[in-house]
Design a protein around this ligand. Structure first.
Ligand SMILES: [Zn+2]
Length: 179
């Protein structure tokens, strides 16, 4: 895969409907993701504990009457990307400064993820790897990767670069600070 370097830190022209993992039209209202409990409601995945419990009660009643015809359980796009191991963003953090401030930076990263999940539960971190001392964070989509890059850069300065694959499906964010 080749990457085109783009100095602009934000791309807002990427729409979710370009994402093959967003099968909005194919999902029934009230579909629940069995992995993370996200509910498909009003054409988007959302975290709503109360709604999920209500739907599960209804399903149980339908099931008891054997009226349960529609499949109301489908993995959300975030869980499918995690399961297929198909990240939309890869954030690499490196440098001396990272070694000294590792815990604070990771707390910042987790906090940004939490905020993103609150808005869209399919935007999340798939996994965090340590490769030769670098921290490599795989995210379900490119927006969260950009968000993490911006947050670390804002809080810790250093240098940040954003690169996209030619089809715009994968963003690579590289941050570094040495001193
Ligand atoms: Zn899910």
């Amino acid at each position: 895969m080749s990457y085109s370097h783009n100095p602009a830190p934000v791309r807002r022209n990427i729409h979710d409907h370009d994402d093959p993992y967003q099968l909005a039209g194919a999902l029934a209202e009230g579909t629940v993701c069995p992995d993370c409990g996200a509910v498909f409601h009003g054409s988007r995945w959302t975290l709503n504990e109360e709604l999920r419990r209500k739907l599960e009660k209804e399903r149980a009643r339908e099931h008891a009457r054997q009226a349960h015809r529609i499949n109301h359980s489908t993995l959300c796009s975030g869980c499918r990307k995690a399961q297929d191991h198909c990240p939309g963003g890869i954030v690499t953090l490196r440098g001396e400064y990272l070694v000294r401030h590792h815990d604070e930076i990771m707390a910042l990263v987790r906090n940004e993820e939490k905020k993103a999940v609150g808005i869209n539960p399919t935007e999340r971190i798939i996994q965090v790897l340590i490769e030769n001392g670098d921290v490599v964070i795989e995210t379900t989509n490119e927006k969260l990767a950009q968000r993490l890059g911006r947050a670390v850069h804002r809080a810790c300065s250093g240098e940040v670069q954003y690169k996209w694959s030619e089809d715009n499906k994968l963003a690579r964010v590289e941050w570094r600070r040495d001193q």
